[in-house]
Design a protein around this ligand. Sequence first.
Ligand code: GLN
Length: 487
Amino acid sequence: MKLHSLTAHQIIDLYREKKTSPQEVFKDVLSRINALDSRVHAYARLYRDAPTSCCHKTAVGVVSTQGNYPIPIAIKDNMCTQGEEITCSSRILKGFYSPYDAHVVKKIKQSGGMILGFANMDEFAFGSSTENSCYGPTYNPWDLSRVPGGSSGGSAASVAADEAIWALGSDTGGSIRQPACFCGIVGLKPTYGRVSRYGLVAFASSLDQIGPLTKDVTDSALLMNIIAGYDERDSTSVNEPVPDYTKALVNDIHGIKVGVPQEAFGQGLDPQVRKAIEATMNQLKKLGANVKKISLPHTPYAVAAYYIVATAEASSNLARFDGVRYGWRQSPTDVRKNALIDMYEETRAKGFGDEAKRRIMLGTYVLSSGYYDAYYLRGQKVRTLIKQDLDNAFKDYDVILTPTAPTTAFKIGEKTFDPLSMYLSDIYTIPANLAGIPAISIPCGFSAQGMPIGMQLMAKAFDEEMLLRVAFTYEQNTEWHTKKPNL
Ligand code: GLN
């Protein structure tokens, strides 16, 4: 049996029946990585001990009981892990070894999780294709000439290629959902505040959220059970009881109200994606849901508002990387102004990639005096309007359905020189981050070229259970999630 091709819940069942051990599973996934990753390049680095020890220390000998999940996992390269080099796939953080574990990493270790390695990503999570990495791009397992999406492209590709059983990603404007969509897997962005951001290297602090990338909806619920919950070290973490998400896995959506915004069918939507979403609407109707067209009039402004708010926060968060406290330093060759200033400048000039620099410049500009009101403040006001649209819709609807992305995975290099068209890949995912609500992407079809298509469901804050229920019901009645890339 190919253990690496299984889901986490299938592996847990095998543990319970004593048909395999965590060591065996870990070894099997590791050999899959060794066989494939030179082509897929899902990982920036393997876990320090991974190649030599067949199992993570904390997992050795653990037999699965309730709450104990010795499952091999890929962690995005922006989550601090004690004693490990964590770089956000940026040169400026090379040589930074984290002295502590992020909250989610601690949770994973406590649950017996076995860390395989750190997944490749767009530098500091800036991007939609995982091409902006100092390690070079990750390739889409369904077609190696295409991007896996981003910025959690390494996490998504590792799961789609069976180089991990499941993975963690982070989502600021779509970075879990869009790569999940491009790679044909399930990606969930939880409600803002549901999962602690302690130890996640910040991109845009008011938008970032950590979440699961998994092979199916059941695994998404299981991984949420491990990572969700209050943490006093994150002041935005919400102290609300965490449900058992597996209880939401009910195969029944009779009477559930699904709103489909007409704005999601505008310019730029690939006709094949449109067809798949229309078929999904029909399928949901057949399953008993009440599907209606609605309007979210301010969503067309979401991308513009996002790139003001997100870059403003990013420019401030990135100010700390100056060659002094973290990672890599470029010592100036000859002193022009003074040694300290020259060192800051050269470190940042050589340490950051183009996209990071673009965002620092844009973010600094929209925050500068004289422009603050015209851009940043206005961006925040538009954000409020978008949230109000969604709040109103959730008075009448349980979930909102859209495509996850306007197209399927594009070719490597296709959008490199056109950042604006790259930014548009997140047109459907960004509103959920601006409003702080949960959203999930699940597979709902394939293009004629054989590339996966994904649909997105959004729900009101802290109603992940509704998302899981609708997604689970759809998944149980379709076969998209059972397809695997031919690698
Ligand atoms: N692609 C979006 C951006 O570049 C979102 C990234 C993310 O969610 N981290 O900002």
